[in-house]
Design a protein around this ligand. Structure first.
Ligand SMILES: [Zn+2]
Ligand SMILES: [Zn+2]
Length: 287
C-alpha cells in the first residue's frame, strides 16, 4: 500500500506513448509513419483545426470586455483592501488568503473535470464558446501557448466579475466597522477571485517549455504554481485525472481518495452518460 501511495500516477512509458511531447523543440509527437499522416496531437490534427476555426469574433469581444472589467475591479478592490488592512489580525488574513488559494485550485479542478468529462460541442452557446477550448486543448495542447493574453484569460476573468463587483459595492456602501468585521471573508473571496482569474495563465505557463521568465520557473519548481511535469499527468490520454490547474496542490489527495472516478460512477448511474464521450469523439477526428 505504502509503495502504491508513492508511485507516480503515470509512468514514463505511459507519458511517452499517450501524450504529446511538448518539450520536443520540433513539436514532433509522431512516433510512426502512420502518425505522421494522421497525427494524434498537435496543430495538424484535423479535429483540432476544426475546433480552432470555431473561435468567433463575438467570443473575442466577450473576452475583451471580461478582461477590461475584471482588471478594473481588481485594481479598485486592491486599493480598498490596502486601505482597510490592519496588522493586528494578520494571521487570520493570511489563513483566509491561503484558503482562498486552495479553494481556487479545487474550483479549477471541478470546472475542468465537468468540461472535459460531460457535455458536447453541440450544446447551444455553451458548447462552441466554453467547451470548445477544453476539447481543442487535449488534441493540440500547445495551442494555448500561441493564444494571446485575452484569449487565454478571458473566460476565467469573466467568472470573477460578479464576485469582485459585489465586493466593490460592499466596500462603497458599508461602514468602517462592518468592513473590519467581514475583512477575513473579503480576503478569502479576493484571493479566490485572483487565483481563479490567474488559473489559465498559470496553466499556459505549465505548457511553455521555452522562454519563460526565471521567476515563473522558480514558482513552478517550488510548486507554488502548477509545475510543468506535474500537469503532464493530466495530458496522458484519456485525460482522466489531475484536473486541478491553479496550484495543483489538490491533485494528489483527490487521486488518493479516487474523487473523480467516484463522481463519474454516480453520474453514469444516474444519467447513463459515459465520461469523456465527446472528448474521445474529437480525439478520433484524425482525417
Ligand atoms: Zn483537460
Ligand atoms: Zn493543459
Amino acid at each position: 500500500m505504502a509503495s502504491n501511495f508513492l508511485m507516480p500516477v503515470k509512468s514514463d512509458e505511459e507519458i511517452l506513448q499517450n501524450s504529446m511531447l511538448e518539450d520536443d523543440p520540433n513539436a514532433n509527437s509522431s512516433v510512426t509513419a502512420e502518425e505522421t499522416l494522421r497525427p494524434r496531437w498537435g496543430p495538424n490534427h484535423k479535429g483540432a483545426q476544426e475546433l480552432a476555426n470555431l473561435y468567433s469574433r463575438g467570443k473575442r469581444i466577450q473576452e475583451c470586455m471580461s478582461v477590461s472589467v475584471c482588471l478594473t475591479l481588481i485594481v479598485i478592490n486592491s486599493l480598498f483592501m490596502l486601505y482597510h488592512i490592519r496588522l493586528t489580525n494578520i494571521t487570520t488574513v493570511l489563513m483566509s488568503a491561503f484558503c482562498g488559494i486552495v479553494s481556487a485550485d479545487f474550483g479549477s479542478g471541478l470546472v475542468h473535470w465537468m468540461a472535459d468529462t460531460w457535455g458536447t460541442i453541440d450544446i447551444p452557446i455553451i458548447g462552441k464558446n466554453y467547451l470548445r477550448p477544453f476539447r481543442e486543448h487535449h488534441i493540440d495542447p500547445t495551442s494555448i501557448t500561441r493564444h494571446d493574453f485575452v484569449e487565454t484569460n478571458g473566460d476565467n476573468f469573466m467568472i470573477t466579475i460578479p464576485f469582485l463587483g459585489q465586493m466593490t459595492y460592499l466596500f462603497i456602501t458599508s461602514s468602517n466597522q462592518q468592513i473590519q468585521e467581514s475583512f477575513s471573508w473579503k480576503c478569502y473571496i479576493f484571493l479566490l477571485c485572483i487565483f481563479v482569474a490567474l488559473t489559465n495563465q498559470i496553466h499556459k505557463w505549465s505548457h511553455t517549455y521555452f522562454g519563460l521568465p526565471k521567476w515563473v520557473v522558480w514558482l513552478q519548481e517550488h510548486h507554488i504554481i502548477l509545475p510543468r511535469r506535474h500537469h503532464r499527468y493530466h495530458h496522458v490520454a484519456p485525460h482522466e485525472t489531475y484536473y486541478c490547474i491553479t496550484t495543483g496542490w489538490l491533485n494528489w489527495p483527490l487521486e488518493a481518495i479516487r474523487f473523480w472516478p467516484c463522481l463519474e460512477t454516480i453520474i453514469t448511474a444516474l444519467t447513463g452518460c459515459l465520461p469523456r464521450d465527446d472528448d474521445l469523439k474529437w480525439a478520433q477526428k484524425r482525417t
